[in-house]
Design a binder for this molecule. Sequence first.
Ligand SMILES: *Cc1c(COP(=O)(O)O)cnc(C)c1O
Length: 368
Amino acid sequence: MSVITSSLKPRPGILEISPYVGGDAGAPGFARPIRLASNESALGPSPKAIAAYQALAGEIHRYPDGGALLLRTALGRLHGVDPSRIVCGAGSDELIALLLRAYVGAGDEVLYSRHGFLMYPIGARAVGATPVAAPERALTADVEALLSRVTEKTRAVFLANPNNPTGTYLREAEVRRLHEALSPSVLLVIDAAYAEFVARDDYDPGLSLVEQAENVVMLRTFSKIYALAALRLGWAYCPPAVADVLNRVRGPFNVNAAAEAAGVAAVEDTGALARARAHNGRWLPWFSERLSALGLELTPSVADFVLARFPEDPGKNSDAAFAFLRSRGILVRKLKAYGLPHHLRISIGAGEEMETVAAALGEFLGRR
Ligand SMILES: *Cc1c(COP(=O)(O)O)cnc(C)c1O
């Protein structure tokens, strides 16, 4: 990667980072493109969250509550957990970075699975550590492969469950098997950004494992099903000692007041959550079946997006499909940075949007 030279030297590892590139937000010629590149919820935020955000306008000269007490209390009530073990952050991205800063240093290794979320290797390099990618099986994290890559330098294991961008998940029993085989001195981070979308009996986001272990943290976000991505809000459920450490290293006002107010209202609006989940429960299978019927190879997803593999011939490949959709004002995600050059990731949007995308892909593939 090209580097802008300077006599100022950042710490080792930082210039090896390829900056994270988010999904496209605009398509030329379209004032309101169909945005399916970032897994933002199809239905938008709870109207109560929007109202809470707006009601804060007269208060923005005040510092927020640095402890985010109202939000932690609301989350504790919703999930039946102890608010003192919750630490909130400016998105789960901030919590990933804080965990790495607190527990991982130069020369250490951070383990993740091959097509795991990109912020894990980026965050590892930012603290001078070496990201180690374990191979997957059928685009799914593989417990044996992860365990076989653990060395005496491994300080943390990051598992997105379900994973972005593959949409696959590990059963609760497999996550427990992974945890049981790890040394208590290795931190296991379960990133459950898509937990609310999963409708499988054998899935568990990890709250109970956090309560039983001293080395497990679960991360959640308000950017996906709660549709508050612009406000940057996430939370970690931690063993008491980890919460204590995060509270020492985080910024004193890392969660802004608008995010906290909207977050509390969103947590309390269980009806909006149920509607978002029901919408995904309807359109994820609908869209998956449509794409399969077009001959695309789909990875079974339990989240709010699908991963589709395109043919390799130039007229029908993922680049051509991406360009075709973009020319129709439809934005999806390319995945070369994830080592998936033949795939596109398409978020579940509004019903009419999914109908439009399915029809456009039918046209692209010459099957209507
Ligand atoms: C989207 C996503 C996040 C959320 O990040 P925020 O910083 O909370 O917006 C975290 N982990 C995974 C796997 C994601 O896909």
